[in-house]
Design a protein around this ligand. Sequence first.
Ligand SMILES: *[C@@H]1O[C@H](CO)[C@@H](O)[C@H](O)[C@H]1NC(C)=O
Ligand SMILES: *[C@@H]1O[C@H](CO)[C@@H](O)[C@H](O)[C@H]1NC(C)=O
Ligand SMILES: *[C@@H]1O[C@H](CO)[C@@H](O)[C@H](O)[C@H]1NC(C)=O
Ligand SMILES: *[C@@H]1O[C@H](CO)[C@@H](O)[C@H](O)[C@H]1NC(C)=O
Ligand SMILES: *[C@@H]1O[C@H](CO)[C@@H](O)[C@H](O)[C@H]1NC(C)=O
Length: 908
Amino acid sequence: MNQYSLADAMTDKGNFTVPKLSESNMGFGVLGVFLGLLLEVSTHGPHSVPRTSWKRQDLDLMEFSEPGIFNYSTLLLSEERGALYVGARDAIFELNKRNVTVRNQKVQWKVAEHPMEMCTRKGKSRERDCPNYIRVLQIVDDKRLYICGTHAFQPQCDYLNLADFSMEGRPEDGRGKCSFDPSQSFTTVMVDGDLYSGTAYNFLGSEPIISRYSPSHSLLRTEYSTSWLNEPSFVFADVIRAEKHRGDGEDDKVYYFFTEVSVEYEFFGKLLIPRVARVCKGDLGGERTLQKKWTSFLKAKLVCSMPELNFVFNVVHDVFILKGRDWRDTVFYGVFTSQWGNVGLSAVCAYNMAAVEEVFSKGKYMQKATVEQSHTKWVRYNGIPPSPRPGACISNQLRQKNISSSLHLPDKTLQFVRDHPLLEDPVLPIGNGPRLITKDINYTQIVVERVRALDGNIYDVIFTGTDKGVLHKSVVFEEDVHIVEEIQLLKNSEPIKNLLLSSETQSVYAGSDSGVIQSPTAFCGKYSTCDDCVLARDPYCAWDPNTAACVCIIDAPKEQLRRLVQSLSGDANKCPPVSSVSFKDYQKVLVKPGSSAELPCVVKSNLAHVMWKSNNTLLDEASRFHFIGENGLLIYSVAPEDQGDYQCWSVEWAPAAGKNFSRLLAGYTLKLDLPPGPLARTNRVATTVHNQETSSVLPAEGNGKTERQPLTSASFTSTVLLTTPPQTDPSLTPPSSGTVRLQPSRNHPPNAVIPRPDSQDPAAEYLQHNNSVALLFLFLLFFLLFLAAMVYNCYMQYLPAPCLRLRATLLGSNKCTHQPEYRACEAGLMEASAADKINMTEQPAQNGSQTTKNLQALRDTGYETEPECGNGRLPSHNFGGDSSSQEKPFDVDCDSQSIQFADADDAY
Ligand SMILES: *[C@@H]1O[C@H](CO)[C@@H](O)[C@H](O)[C@H]1NC(C)=O
Ligand SMILES: *[C@@H]1O[C@H](CO)[C@@H](O)[C@H](O)[C@H]1NC(C)=O
Ligand SMILES: *[C@@H]1O[C@H](CO)[C@@H](O)[C@H](O)[C@H]1NC(C)=O
Ligand SMILES: *[C@@H]1O[C@H](CO)[C@@H](O)[C@H](O)[C@H]1NC(C)=O
Ligand SMILES: *[C@@H]1O[C@H](CO)[C@@H](O)[C@H](O)[C@H]1NC(C)=O
């Protein structure tokens, strides 16, 4: 229910066309828009479905875990040493990166009895909270790793010698490097021997800090102030190197990604905002102002939204930086969900590093302003910031001005950046919207690899891990994304806590609470026909017509590459023609008259529709036919006219190629066992039918092992018949309703019952049920709100005669006497209507019972009149391409109110 205001608050265009409360028809207007939005997002919003779903048992994945050890959540890949280092609870492992089932080394790092007691005495659980969760694993040099653990809520760090895999045993204080609480988010990155981290600095986890620990310099950290960090949840940090050859003397920069509570938007409850922040590697802090604090800390909002639906993804869970040769080519990907998980949507947005740098180097600052004595809010700073630009890294330009380090920066610049760490301009995603949206999935992790396909183009392949142990692999093709496959990586439905990718071993490594899994980046060999191989649109895979196999192009020798067939648009017409299956290859099915027959048909693609044909006409759900389970055909009470051939076709729509591709998956010849013959024969028929039924009803064996035979030869045999429909696995995405949808043919009898595809999809049913409850609730809420507004307007004499009479009867002439809180709101609203240009913030989500209070609160919650607090009135500077000149939320009239500058030390 919050989405309406959220969308408004965060849609980047700053378009706040919010209905005014005093308008008597407001209830319906808001209701309409809002209901539309909810329906739109949850049912019609764009989302993608993985083409293929692999189950655990379909695949041969390598897994590592040791009995009694859990929380394998920290992973570090060392390409040089060919090792995967794993930080778990109380232990560190070195695994072979080519095969994670091979453990090379192990060292335990447990909490001693004394600190353990201290930890339990503070009310923490011995088993759950106090063990030493290894959270930091960083490479120091080729001989040592730097490791930190939560160590019974007293974080400690130490060096690990790689030669003998032993700890040096000289633990250092890990405060600010590692979280105290193992369940708290944090991030670290080692850059040139310095440890950059984002975590909490105290036991309670209430003091967030972005800091740098360096053997050569003193500690550098953020100010403890909500303007700098406001309840952040850190997800990622990494360094982006400047190009040395350019000769502009620019500094390397460390970027942090996190979600925090917004200060600039006011909202009921906490409104989360995804952020990117950066610091300069050469920062040494200020001389007087900002001593031992970052002088280069700046942050900006990341936008990941569906503008057309007004829907905003405001929680970032993970980020992957795809580094190019030049930082200008660098792209980063983030996985997002909405703060309100009930919508069930996840999104992947991609950003250009150049866009981020543009915001940091040219964007407008925001500043804290006090309005009406007590209330502070963040508004755009329209004045001219001091020079050198606050927050800028030291470059040759500054060095020419004799500023060779941050210690030489003028106090004015430092004071400004201390008070204005937030930039107003947002970082917009490439294409202004998500690359990928999925429904009923929570993505937790992301890695991306660039792959050169056979067409010579480079494609970004996105691997996303979910909170249910599933991995999605998607490919970005011409601004569109296609989910190639989903893989059930973990046995249990638990979150993927960490994902790493190695191009060298062509593997994805996933860390979870229960173990470490290694999965190949592609499963080309699982596609048994050229159509399947090409329609998968997997840039790693191509079809070799000579060997009739789908192969991984990375392994392929040069001379093989030339004959391989691949089409990233999924144009299966590039496949060599397949000799058609002749009738005599069809599976013969003998059925007794009056009994029923089941003809199974397995289609592995979730994007394909299944069609049944008999005697070359399309079958529909007439009385005798019934489409069962996953694409099988059930014929009730077989009659003589049912005899004939039956074909199962899959029709797959390849949007990028703009074509449908049909292929024959199975063929049957149905024959009646007419004259009641000798006993033996009847028995045989009965067995046949029985077999078919069991095989379709009990998905016992064969599933996963049985490969569909290529339809090229006479090898089309009983395997087809015995292949069972895939099990429905609740942890995998339910197949799109399209999977089981059959196109009713034009000539089906008018009274034939065609089940709505929606009703076959339990997820869809659930969704609709969910919606109707939500809608009912909403409706009630709005009704209450509307009533309250009526009563209020009546009370305020805004409504005419009948109500005035009623009012007079109830109140007499005694106005507002007994309700002092009304007086304030009355004054406020009068003022508002007088000003007539006020942007009253509308909160459609208000709780009906609190309306009175909220009305009062309205005066200072929203984006209403406020001073424009700058030295000038510069025209709104729209950054990042969005040039439509809408009102900015904070573009307001300056005349009426005075303004105080915010005191940056408020927070102390
Ligand atoms: C560690 O693993 C256990 C068992 O899987 C799980 O219940 C717990 O939540 C995990 N703890 C953390 C901090 O991840
Ligand atoms: C920079 O410092 C040098 C030596 O201290 C001085 O000669 C020069 O004038 C200074 N330049 C500027 C622009 O201040
Ligand atoms: C996604 O996560 C939210 C919050 O943790 C949870 O409420 C929701 O059920 C999850 N959705 C799915 C589809 O797992
Ligand atoms: C298929 O054709 C045969 C022979 O023409 C006919 O006997 C049979 O009834 C037809 N079957 C169906 C299902 O239309
Ligand atoms: C492709 O096939 C689907 C399902 O059979 C059908 O609805 C659609 O109209 C077809 N599209 C084209 C372009 O043939």
